[in-house]
Design a protein around this ligand. Structure first.
Ligand code: HEM
Length: 460
């Protein structure tokens, strides 16, 4: 039966590898972003076979039903290599690596800080963060301002109301190196590969230091918030306070301080570069009629971000065309069937989130174009609830759906709204912005460094 299973995958068409050593990996991961994936999807369809390093077959899946099944059936988990990378980056007890009941319990406890109601309470802090970014833009005298560092620290500030800057350099992975690590790692037993973090290399040392610092910072925050609560002081309206000292949090006995501390790294990294990268929509004029009409308000006088359809359409379109995590790899843990295709246990299946979000059958013939209008004209799938937001998979789906997606959306609404109301952004003549896959999808300059530089002019 193993032979039948293998041949079932081998019968699936796909692009020829460029070499036995590197397979199709260079084409898939190196710039221009998404180029080959688009061609292969159009040529071979929504499930195609491509090759990883050393002639190893992988499946690329962008079929909506298959993706839904893989994400929600419980038969698949993050591929061991992703699991290991998450452990290295975020620590051994972070949400992304916990499984089964332990993961479900932690998610339930954390969800309390990310419900629609809880997220609304973060609006004032977000507005403060947005005004801080405006002030920095106002006072900068540089002709072209790189907005990446300004945006990256915003989520972390919101999570903890802490001005500690997060060690973002860790995400600036070199894509060549990253997929070689992926592939070599995949050849070793997981337990052995995990121990590579103890190798005496600069990269391992940097990861270990990062996880230690994140843990120390986590404990500092937890103590700070709990001490403030003991003294009857308001700890703040941030995520940590919401989890630790709000009355509803205190009834949530299942969440121990160490469980909160263990998520500090994932909050620092998972919630900062992701949101900031999604907020950049190069070469598009964001509609700004509101400048002349004022921002809509709720009956309580707060800005009503959900009543700004053009802004929301622009955010959805950015998440569609530039998903921060364009691909993720899962493998089968139980069972032997993926719809009609026989899949061996352990077979790597790459979930083509980016590819799914460009399917012509779902998003229209112009699916490759950045056009927020499609959301206003209701030319988008309405009802099949793939992923948590707008039928997009930018926040993944299933058990490991991004816990902070509502917060991320509000953050983008608040910051974009503030910035496009007050400033006009244009691309400097001598610079361009290219999306590039570096663990996450990032805006980069032509040299491949993370950078999104704009000429900024105050208009209001
Ligand atoms: C635009 C912004 C964001 C995007 C596109 C995004 C995307 C994702 C994706 C795709 C995953 C699935 C894991 C993976 O495949 O890597 C994930 C997981 C996660 N995200 Fe986000 N994220 C964003 C913002 C945030 C924010 C603001 C927070 C928290 C403050 C956050 C916290 C997390 C956590 C804790 C997980 C792990 C969940 C689990 O494994 O159960 N993310 N995110």
């Amino acid at each position: 039966s193993t032979i039948r299973q293998q041949s079932s995958i081998q019968r699936i068409p796909g692009p020829p590898p460029s070499s036995w050593l590197l397979g199709n990996m260079l084409q898939l991961f190196l710039p221009p972003y998404g180029h080959y994936d688009d061609i292969w999807r159009k040529t071979y369809g929504t499930v195609y076979r491509f090759q990883g390093c050393f002639g190893r077959d992988r499946l690329m899946v962008s079929d909506p039903l298959a993706l839904q099944h893989i994400l929600t059936s419980g038969e698949f988990e993050f591929a061991p290599i992703f699991d290991t990378l998450f452990r290295w980056l975020f620590g051994e007890r972070n949400m992304a690596v916990l499984k089964g009941k332990e993961h479900r319990n932690l998610r339930t406890a954390w969800n309390a800080a990310f419900t629609a109601g809880a997220v609304r309470q973060y609006q004032p802090i977000l507005e403060k963060v947005a005004q801080g970014i405006s002030e920095k833009l106002d006072t900068s005298d540089s002709p072209a301002i790189d907005i990446c560092p300004l945006l990256s620290s915003a989520t972390w500030y919101l999570a903890a109301q802490s001005t500690t800057s997060e060690p973002r350099h860790l995400l600036q992975a070199n894509p060549q190196r990253k997929f070689l690590v992926d592939e070599f790692g995949g050849l070793l037993p997981s337990w052995l590969f995990r121990r590579a973090i103890y190798l005496p290399t600069k990269a391992s040392q940097a990861l270990r230091t990062h996880v230690e610092l994140a843990s120390r910072e986590g404990w500092r925050l937890v103590h700070e918030k709990m001490d403030a609560a003991k003294q009857g002081l308001d700890g703040g309206d941030d995520v940590y306070s919401m989890l630790l000292i709000r009355p509803d949090a205190q009834t949530n006995k299942s969440l121990r301080p160490e469980d909160i501390v263990a998520q500090t790294s994932v909050m620092m990294i998972g919630g900062s570069d992701t949101t900031s990268s999604s907020r950049k929509t190069p070469s598009y004029k964001i509609p700004c009629e509101r400048r002349y009409t004022g921002r809509p308000r709720t009956s309580r006088g707060d800005v009503a971000y959900d009543s700004m359809p053009l802004l929301i359409a622009t955010i959805k379109e950015s998440l569609r065309i530039y998903p921060v995590r364009p691909w993720t790899a899962f493998s089968l843990t139980t069972g032997e069937r993926l719809s009609q295709i026989q899949v061996k246990t352990g077979q790597l299946v790459t979930l083509g989130f980016a590819s799914y979000q460009k399917l012509e059958s779902r998003w229209g013939e112009d699916s490759g174009q950045f056009n927020p209008g499609r959301w206003l004209e209701s030319r988008v799938p309405q009802s099949d609830a793939i992923g948590p937001y707008a039928n997009l998979l930018a926040f993944s789906g299933g058990a490991h759906t991004c816990v902070g997606w509502r917060l991320a959306v509000l953050e983008m609404q608040v910051i974009l709204s503030e910035l496009i109301d007050k400033f006009a952004f244009s691309l400097p003549v001598e610079e361009s912005i290219e999306p590039r896959y570096m663990t996450n999808l990032m805006p980069t300059n032509t040299e491949g460094q993370k950078r999104a530089a704009f000429c900024v002019k105050r208009v209001l």
